[in-house]
Design a protein around this ligand. Structure first.
Ligand SMILES: CC(C)(COP(=O)(O)OP(=O)(O)OC[C@H]1O[C@@H](n2cnc3c(N)ncnc32)[C@H](O)[C@@H]1OP(=O)(O)O)[C@@H](O)C(=O)NCCC(=O)NCCS
Length: 127
């Protein structure tokens, strides 16, 4: 799993309980995952198709730095499936896990289009 993105939990990111708001964390994950899926597959545009349940394991607090990890678990003709794990940078405390996020490569008209790298082949694996 690659942990490429880090976010500092700021006051504007908190819920009414004073911990990181789950919706904010989902927005960060969706953004990071869509960039990761596009870069690894070589797709110009991707759409979020499916996100499995989020398993929140511990709250993130003000001042925590959360790092977002991604791993490709499957590709098809037009889709990339990722697994995601979020943890606190210093303590490595697990914050949330998402087993399956599916992104579909789309054309300018929003229709599914073939992945440039093809199923099972990431850009970083290309010669
Ligand atoms: C993404 C979108 C273009 C896909 O179009 P579609 O006609 O539904 O596409 P399909 O049903 O053919 O599925 C496309 C691929 O996704 C895969 N897929 C679809 N649902 C899936 C699921 N629940 N789990 C795993 N893979 C899934 C399919 O296997 C298919 O890949 P394949 O043809 O290579 O086997 C369309 O559903 C859409 O526009 N959805 C809204 C996207 C959106 O607004 N997202 C939020 C903002 S980015």
């Amino acid at each position: 799993m690659k942990f490429l993105s880090r976010r500092l939990v700021m006051p504007a990111d908190l819920n009414s309980r004073g911990t990181l708001f789950g919706g904010r964390l989902l927005a960060w994950i969706d953004e990071e995952a869509s960039v990761y899926a596009a870069v690894e597959s070589g797709a110009e545009l991707v759409a979020t198709k499916y996100i499995s349940e989020m398993d929140f394991q511990a709250p993130a607090m003000l001042g925590d730095v959360v790092e977002i990890g991604m791993e490709i678990t499957n590709t098809t003709r037009v889709s990339i499936t990722l697994r995601c794990s979020v943890r606190e940078l210093r303590s490595k405390r697990d914050i949330v896990r998402i087993d399956r996020m599916v992104f579909v490569a789309i054309d300018d008209n929003g229709r599914p289009t073939r992945l440039p790298c093809g199923p099972g082949l990431s850009q970083s694996d290309s010669p």
